[in-house]
Write a protein that binds this ligand. Sequence first.
Ligand code: BGC
Length: 334
Amino acid sequence: MNEYTLANAHGMEAKIIPYGGIVTALSVPDRHGQLANVVLGFDNLDDYQTKNHPYFGALIGRYGNRIGNAGFTLDGMPYKLPVNNGPNSLHGGNAGFDKQTWTVDEASSSKLALSYLSKDGEEGYPGNLTTRVIYSVTNDNELRIDYTATTDKTTVVNLTNHSYFNLSGSGSIYDHIVTINANTFTVIDDTLIPTSELARVEGTPFDFRQPKCIGTDIRSAHPQMVVAHGFDHNFVINRPADNSLVLAARVSDPASGRVMEVLTTEPGVQFYTGNFLDGTLVGSGGRTIRQSDALCLETQHFPDSPNKPDFPSTVLKPGETYQSTTVYKFSTSG
Ligand code: BGC
C-alpha cells in the first residue's frame, strides 16, 4: 500500500493513503509508552477498494452524514442525489470523496497535503468544488485535520473524517469513558434523519456532560437508542458562534490509560458506536470487526442541513472559502 507516514518525536504515527485520504493506522502510546494502533482499517489497498466497508478512516464529502430523501433545493433549483441509505443519501453518495484518489500536493515527515477536485454534477452536487485537506501530526500527540474548499457555483459542503477508534487497540469499546460537550442533540426519525427538534440530553442516555462509560446506556430502551441500534446521533456542541477550536468530546480507556480529546471548529459531532459493524469484515492483523469494536466522533455540520433552514448553514458560494479544523489529541491518564 502506498502509505504516507506522519510521525512525531514521541513515536506517535499516522499512516494515510491517497485513496479516500484514508487514515489506515494511528499508533499512539499507552500509559507505559507502549504503542498500539487505535483505528480500524485494512492491511491492503485492495480491501479498501473492493470490500463494502463503512468508510474506515476515510475523508467524507461532499456532504458528510445524511441528506433526507436524497435531495435538496438550492436557489430554487432541485438537486437529486444517489439514494444509498434507506430513502436518503449518506456520506456523499455512491462514489463520495472516500472513494476518490486524492492528489498529494505536499508530503513531509509530519504533514500530508491532499487535494481533490469534485466536478460540477458529481454525485448530484452543483459546482466544481476544489477541496484541500492537510493532515498533520504534532509534537503534542495530535492528529490535526484542516479542510478548505472553494466552489464556482453555489453548493453545499460538509467534510469530515470517518475514523473508527478503539483506544485499547482491540476488544469492544463498552468500557471506554466518554464526555461530550453538548446540552442537546438532534432527534432523528426512523431513517436517522433529524426531525429538526433539538432535545435536551438531561435525564436521557445522551447525557455525556459528565464522563460516562459507553456500556452504561448502550442497551437502553430509549426510543432514540432503539431506532439507531445504539448511539448514532449528532450532538450539538456547546460553543461560541465563531470558528474557534473547542472541545467536542473526550474518550478515555481505563485499561490502556489512553485518552483522546476531539477539538473542532464545527457545530456538531456524530457519536457513533459502531452499531452496524456485523462481523463480516476482517480488518488489519486478521481482526474480525464486530458491533461496538470501535466508535466514531465525526465532527460536522448537522445532518440534513440543506433541508433544515434552522440548522447552521452548509451553503458555500463562489468567492467564499469553506474552512474547518478538527484535532484528535492523545494523552494518557492513570
Ligand atoms: C452514520 C452511521 C453509519 C456509519 C457508516 C455514520 O456516520 O451515522 O449510521 O452506519 O456512518 O456508514
